[in-house]
Design a protein around this ligand. Structure first.
Ligand SMILES: [Zn+2]
Length: 187
């Protein structure tokens, strides 16, 4: 009889353990969050990132395989395959905080919040980059349009396009994919 009671308790203990393990699985961070943490850790230890405001730009060159290792699927699609996020769905299009926007691939400082303006397009829009050489330009004739593509001056990643219908003082509108930017608020 004692043995039956003993086995009964052992079963209960096993059941409780199984339950608590299940709870732990549920409490685990969502996949996206885990992925972001992994990438943040990779970037923190990536010595190739270089300075954020370099006086002299030195190109960051990696193989496509290396880029895939450090970028999220979405970042890779935009930066390396000239993708575009859907309007009003990306990061920062509605961000009004004061701070600096960096390239998520190489860490170069690209835009300051003072030059950000409300364009109504659903993408973060700026009237000028931090330094002219920090943002490169390329002609883009895709889809029969004659547009000017803008790329990161250091890693050549695709950022978006620049148009000449922006506000003063430059009259330019840098239409940028928010999902490839990393924003850091001023302290
Ligand atoms: Zn870059």
């Amino acid at each position: 009889m004692n043995r039956i009671i003993f086995l009964f308790f052992i079963n209960i203990i096993i059941a409780i353990n199984a339950c608590s393990q299940n709870t732990k699985v549920v409490e685990k961070a969502p996949q996206q969050e885990v992925e972001t943490q992994v990438i943040a850790a990779k970037k923190a230890t990536n010595n190739d990132l270089g300075e954020r405001f370099p006086k002299k730009l030195e190109k960051v060159e990696k193989t496509e395989e290396e880029w895939r290792e450090i970028l999220t699927v979405e970042e890779y699609r935009i930066l390396r395959e000239e993708g575009t996020e859907r309007a009003f769905t990306g990061k920062y299009w509605d961000n009004k905080k004061a701070g600096t926007y960096y390239c998520s691939a190489c860490g170069l400082a690209l835009f300051e919040s003072e030059t950000k303006f409300k364009s109504g397009t659903g993408w973060p829009s700026f009237y000028q980059p931090i330094k002219k050489e920090y943002v490169g330009e390329k002609t883009d004739n895709k889809y029969g349009w004659n547009r000017t593509e803008v790329v990161c001056g250091r890693c050549d990643g695709h950022l978006g396009h620049v148009f000449d219908d922006g506000p003063a003082p430059t009259g330019l509108r840098y239409c940028i994919n928010g999902n490839i930017l990393t924003f850091q608020a001023n302290e």
